[in-house]
Design a protein around this ligand. Structure first.
Ligand code: FAD
Length: 503
């Protein structure tokens, strides 16, 4: 490995490789350091659903991005404006999201997706996640999350590696970045890494940190998220363990955002402890808004119909983790079977012709965990008795609600009375963490006085200030790519200026 580059990038996910490609396009020599083996490379990006949220003026903007243009007449999507995107980020964040960073993310979202499409990454309409079929057999694309990369995260990751390699980016594996080095004036001078053969120092004119959050570190989870998070299942890569967030803070980077915040979703209770590349995001169980969720005590604990699942899934994982044994049961009747996302087919439900049969089976399987059969039956009966039948319409917030329950279901409430019935046991799985280093709108890492640390850039999951408490589906990849492209361009320009001064 050569040990002197214009730009060194830590990580090899979407954020890192968009940065690498942009830096290369802008004339820099680029080295990508990947902690994982070549077989396990690609971070959370590879496990992802490949969905990118972006602003668009209508279906024609989407057609310009996707390869399956011929399906245009089989899908519908209202325009999703920059105001819509901004409002989705702010309302899910309780108004706390950094306004300037959000403005940059939103205003560059479509152009960045188009840039990636022009680079040769194949895209398609998102006809699988958060979608609904209309009576005339059209797919209503989820508002704002309407496109995804073909073969999802696996396809995205492969394309990004291929494009990077073709562009001449050097990529090395099993190299763990540990520390950042600076010259006396505080400018970045390189990265200290652990290799299979020991420690090395790689020098560079600029460094881009894109090594993800700390969700795969039980130690940092416990420290920042709390003891309840030490044993949680991790939905994606095992390599995002937060050491470069700490390394950046060690040289003065400002910690930013909600350090106790996290993205956690309802997943199959039997999912493995870490992401499995054979399943990627298929362990998600996100159609709860068509049924109800009941815990081991036999109680409901969230308003399943509070909003479209694309706006509640990232916080409901945590609500499940708060239940006894971190388990809940998603209950559906026959009316909802066709509405369940296709990925429900990756596990076998508990099935029964009557609710009694379902309760019996749950008792035999979960008795030792304290399953309360009687309360389960009461809850289902009370729920059914409280449903005020409206016009069920999955394409809108239909206002079909229950009445006079302590916890009402406020949309898509239908009686669960038409057997057969199915139960999917779920737990919460952590996806990524919300706290990280602070960047400015040029993707420069800033210190506690908001001054850029010369030569240090960051993007993706390791940056804070974007998401709080919750998250609109598909925003993580867009955030990584928007600031990936920006950091690559700006790091290349910084390196160029530094070369001029040095020569
Ligand atoms: C199952 C699942 C489904 C998802 N679906 C979507 C979706 O459809 N849409 C969406 O927007 N988001 C989705 N997300 C979230 C999304 O995947 C992430 O927000 C995004 O991929 C983060 O990209 P990143 O490049 O910042 O980090 P990552 O892709 O995680 O990359 C981090 C990289 O850093 C490397 N690394 C870590 N530490 C070091 C170190 N010390 N030295 C060297 N390398 C290091 C890792 O090995 C990895 O290569 C999903 C996540 C999961 C887990």
């Amino acid at each position: 490995m050569s040990k002197n580059y214009d730009v060194v990038i830590v990580g090899a996910g979407n954020a890192a490789l968009t940065a690498a490609i942009a830096a290369k396009e802008n004339g820099a020599s680029v080295l990508v350091l990947e902690k994982a083996t070549k077989e396990m490379r690609g971070g959370n990006t590879r496990f992802s659903g490949g969905i990118f949220r972006c602003a668009y003026n209508g279906i024609d903007d989407l057609v310009e991005v996707v390869d399956d243009k011929h399906l245009k007449d089989q899908v519908t999507s209202a325009p999703y404006t920059e105001d819509d995107f901004t409002s989705d980020i702010q309302r899910t964040a309780g108004g706390r999201a950094d306004e300037e960073l959000t403005e940059t993310l939103v205003s560059r979202s479509y152009d960045t997706v188009l840039w990636m499409s022009k680079l040769g990454i194949p895209w398609e309409f998102n006809r699988a996640v958060g979608t609904v079929q209309t009576d005339d057999k059209k797919t209503v694309l989820p508002f704002g999350a309407a496109v995804r990369t073909i073969h999802e995260g696996v396809g995205l990751s492969q394309s990004l590696f291929d494009i990077s390699e073709r562009a001449g980016v050097d990529i090395v594996y099993e190299i763990e970045a540990k520390r950042l080095t600076t010259s006396e004036d505080g400018t970045i001078s390189g990265v200290e890494v652990r290799t299979p053969d020991g420690w090395e120092h790689i020098t560079s004119k600029a460094v881009i940190l894109a090594s993800g959050g700390f969700q795969a570190s039980p130690e940092m989870r416990t420290a920042y998220l709390g003891p309840d998070w030490s044993l949680v299942k991790v939905r994606g890569t095992r390599y995002n363990t937060g050491e470069m967030i700490r390394a950046a803070m060690d040289i003065g980077a400002q910690p930013y955002g909600e350090f106790s915040g996290k993205h956690a979703t309802p997943i199959n209770a039997e999912a493995p402890d870490y992401g499995d590349l054979a399943l990627t995001d298929k362990t998600n169980r996100l159609s709860y808004h068509y049924g109800i969720m009941i815990n081991l005590d036999g109680k409901r604990f969230v308003d399943e119909g509070e909003d479209f699942n694309t706006y509640t899934y990232a916080k409901f994982g945590e609500q499940i983790l708060k239940q006894k044994n971190a388990i809940a049961f998603q209950l559906f009747d026959r009316k909802s079977f066709d509405l369940l996302e296709p990925r429900y087919s990756t596990s076998d439900p508990i099935e029964g012709d009557t609710i009694d049969e379902i309760a019996e089976q749950l008792k035999s399987k979960y008795q030792l965990m304290g399953f309360n059969e009687e309360e389960f039956m009461n809850t289902v009966n009370e729920y059914n008795g409280a449903v005020k039948e409206g016009e069920f319409n999955p394409t809108i917030l239909d206002g079909s609600t229950t009445e006079e329950l302590a916890l009402n279901k406020t949309n898509w409430a239908r009686k669960i009375t038409d057997g057969p019935f199915r139960v999917y046991p779920v737990t919460g799985g952590i996806t990524f963490t919300f706290g990280g280093v602070r960047i400015n709108t040029d993707s420069k890492v800033v210190d506690s006085l908001d001054r850029p640390i010369p030569g240090l850039f960051s993007t993706g999951e390791m940056t804070g200030g974007f998401f709080y408490q919750n998250y609109p589906l598909g925003s993580g990849l867009t955030r990584g790519a928007v600031f990936g492209k920006l950091s690559g361009e700006n790091a290349a320009s910084f390196a160029r200026e530094r070369s001029k001064v040095q020569s």
